[in-house]
Design a protein around this ligand. Sequence first.
Ligand code: LLP
Length: 432
Amino acid sequence: MHSFHYRNGELYCEEVALRRATDEFGTPLYVYSAGTILDHYRRLDAALLPLDHLICYAVKANSNRAILKLLADAGAGFDIVSGGELYRVLKAGGAAAKCTFAGVGKSREEIEYALDEHVHSFNVESEAELEWIDRIAREKGLKAPIALRVNPDVDAGTHRYVSTGRSENKFGIALHHVAAVYEKAARLPNIEIRGVQMHIGSQITDAAPFAEAIAKVTPLILELKERYPLEFFSVGGGIGIVYESSFASGSRDWWSEKDRVAATMTLPLTIHDYAAAIVAPLRAIGLRVLLEPGRLLVGNAGVLLTRVRYVKQTEHKKFVIVDAGMNDLIRPALYQSYHEIVPVREPAGTERESVDVVGPVCESGDFFAQDRELPEMKEGDLAALMSAGAYGFAMASNYNSRPFPAEVLVQGERFSLIRRRQTMEDLVREEC
Ligand code: LLP
C-alpha cells in the first residue's frame, strides 16, 4: 500500500496536500511518507514472526538520515555497502552491531572503520577480500565476523543490470566452490565464521526464485553447520514492488476511490506470498535469518514532484518539459523503468493525450515517459513521479550542474524538510 491519494481534487500524502510542500520548498522535490515506510516494515516483520530474524534495511535504496532513524527506531538493522553508509547509519542513531557490510570492493579504510565500529558482520565476496579482512583484523588484534556470499546461480527474471545471482555476475562465490573458501576462512586466525549470505537480484516479482535459491543453498548450509558455529543465514533483499497502479489507467471515479487505489497498489509479490515461500524452508535450516530489503520498504513511499516548464508541440510529438531531470531520477534512462505520472491537481475529465514527459538535461535519454497517455498538462502544473522512494534521490547526480533537489518527510499532518535544496555555492564548494 501507499499513502498517496486524491482528496478534494488535490493529491495528498497522508494528511498533507502536496502543493503545500512545493509552495514551501519548490520543485523538483522528493516527498516520503513515514507511515508507508513503517507500515511496510511492520508487515514484513510480522510475516516473519515464525523465524528468529532481523530486517537489515538496504541503505543504498534511500539513505537520508531521517529515514534511517525512522527504521532504526522501529528496530531495523542495516545492510551497508560503504564506509559512507556506515557513517550515515551511526549519525542516524543506528547500531553498528546490527549492520552487515556487503560489496565486492571494500577498501582498507572501509574495513578498518567497520572493524573499529564492531559491525555485525562482513559479507565477503572473494578469497582476496577474505585475506585482506584477516590481515587488517590481525593488525588491530581483532577477529572479523564474516559470512561468505554464495552465488546460487538462479535466474531472478529481472532487468540484467539488477540481476546478481547468476554465475556470470560479479557477485558472490560459486556454490560448488564456497565450501573450500569456508575451509580456508576457518584456517585464518583473525576470521570468525558466523554465517552464509546470498542476494539474487532486485525488483523480483515472483516468489519462486527466492525459494529456488534457498533450496539450492540448503544442503551446503546443513553441511557447514556441522563444521562451524554458524549463527545466521542472510537471504538478501530483492522483493519487487508495483510501479504501474490504477492512477494512470482508470476513470476519474476510480481515482477518487481511495480504497480501490490502495487495493491496486498491493504488491505483485505480496509480503504474504514471499513469507509463505521462504518461512518453512528457513525454519527447517534452524539459523537466525537476516533480510536486506530496500525497495520494498521505501519504493512506493516516495514521489518526485516536478513542475511543467514548457509544452512543446513538434511535427511528430508533444513534449511536456518538466523541471526534474534524469540527474534527479535516473531509473527510466538507466533501466527503461516505468514511473507513473500523476497530476497533483486531480483532472476534471477523463480525456488523455499522448505525450513525452522530458527533463531539461541535454540528453535524449532524459525522459520520464514516452508516448504515454496522460491528462493534459499545462505550463506551471505540478505532477508527481510515483514510486520514486527507492533508488531515486540515492542515485541523483549534479549532471548539467543541476543542484540536488530537496527532500521532505510527511508524518500524518506534519511535513518537514529532511534535506535542503542545494545552492549554486554548494555546486562548487569542494573544488579548488
Ligand atoms: N542486498 C544486496 C547485497 C544488494 O545488492 C541489494 C541491492 C539489496 C540487498 C537491496 O535490494 P532491493 O530489496 O532494494 O531490491 N538501482 C536499481 C536497483 C539496484 C539494486 C542493487 N542492490 C534500481 O533502481 O532498480
